[in-house]
Design a protein around this ligand. Structure first.
Ligand SMILES: Nc1ncnc2c1ncn2[C@@H]1O[C@H](COP(=O)(O)OP(=O)(O)OP(=O)(O)O)[C@@H](O)[C@H]1O
Ligand SMILES: [Mg+2]
Length: 278
């Protein structure tokens, strides 16, 4: 049984919890000071520290789950992906945790609340390209994110960062124990590919669906929420037709029809090879 953490606690004799940055379905993320690095005069010693939520404390493979998230993300080095630091266990409290780069900015789900009408093309396109760059890189490294949604994208001045690989998977054999993710999965229906909700395995094409839904909502704003999944989506007015063909292909409900890759959507949105999809 793990002991709940509180602001002010010192974790593993090194990290002092300053405040809660966010609470998700699986974990709690704190802003913490790294007192060890401070001792050596490090001016920017703050990190983000993630532990599993209390409801997971009874789950026997919960710590493995947290380690798996850390291990997947640690293999990724890209300006559009959150950077991992270290994994550790506070033995006194029996709490596993990992530390990562403290991201500054606003999660995309909050930013979208401020933009009920969606983003115009000149804001939308660079954000879309950065998000697709990050996800194309992740896929190129043989990693599936598994939970691409606005709440897992940070928007900062320096650009977009994809984070939260808690439902992610490696496409390679990793040696990590196999986890029954369906037991703990809590996908957000608005962004989860239909086949995932009917029990299919995670795939790159499921991530394609998720990112396309995010981009569609960024363009359509609140109207995207009113869409019935059985209806073909309307083209957001600000999107040129060649972009729309690619985005619509990425939002195909049938995974066998969703043959476009993240890198191809990115190409189409950048306007370079749009004829493929026109
Ligand atoms: N590195 C970070 N820097 C700053 N804030 C962060 C960082 N990581 C997470 N957060 C904040 O904490 C919140 C929860 O983090 P995260 O998405 O990793 O948790 P989760 O429990 O896996 O979420 P979910 O509900 O998506 O499963 C985020 O929405 C974000 O606001
Ligand atoms: Mg999250």
């Amino acid at each position: 049984m793990t002991t709940p953490l509180r602001t002010g606690d010192l974790i593993a004799g090194r990290y002092q919890l300053e405040r809660v940055l966010g609470i998700g379905g699986m974990g709690v993320v704190y802003r913490a000071r790294d007192l060890l690095h401070e001792q050596f005069g490090e001016p920017c010693s703050s990190v983000a520290l993630k532990v599993l939520g209390e409801c997971f404390s009874e789950c026997p493979d919960a710590h493995v789950l947290l380690y798996s998230e850390f291990s997947l993300a640690r293999s990724l080095l890209h300006p559009g992906v959150v950077r991992m630091f270290g994994f550790d266990v506070d033995t006194r409290r029996q709490s596993a945790f990992f530390t990562m780069e403290l991201m500054h900015g606003m999660p995309l789900d909050r930013l979208m609340l401020e933009r009920p009408a969606g983003f115009g093309w000149h804001e939308w396109q660079p954000m879309a390209l950065q998000l697709l760059d990050a996800l194309a890189y992740v896929h190129g490294r043989g990693v599936l994110h598994g939970d691409v949604k606005p709440g897992n994208v940070m928007v900062a001045e320096a650009g977009i960062r994809l984070f939260d690989f808690g439902l992610g998977q490696s496409q390679a054999v990793t040696g990590l124990p196999g986890l029954d993710r369906h037991r703990i999965s809590a996908w957000t229906p608005a962004y989860a590919a239909p086949e995932l909700l009917s029990g299919a395995q995670l795939s790159a094409t499921a991530d394609v669906y998720g990112v396309a839904c995010v981009l569609y909502e960024m363009a359509q704003g609140r109207r995207a929420r009113e869409r019935k999944l059985t209806q073909a989506p309307d083209r957001p007015r600000q999107l040129p037709r060649h972009c729309w063909s690619a985005l619509r292909a990425a939002m195909a409900m049938d995974p066998t029809q969703r043959t476009i890759t993240v890198a191809e959507v990115r190409e189409a949105l950048s306007g370079r090879s749009w004829r493929w999809f026109a």
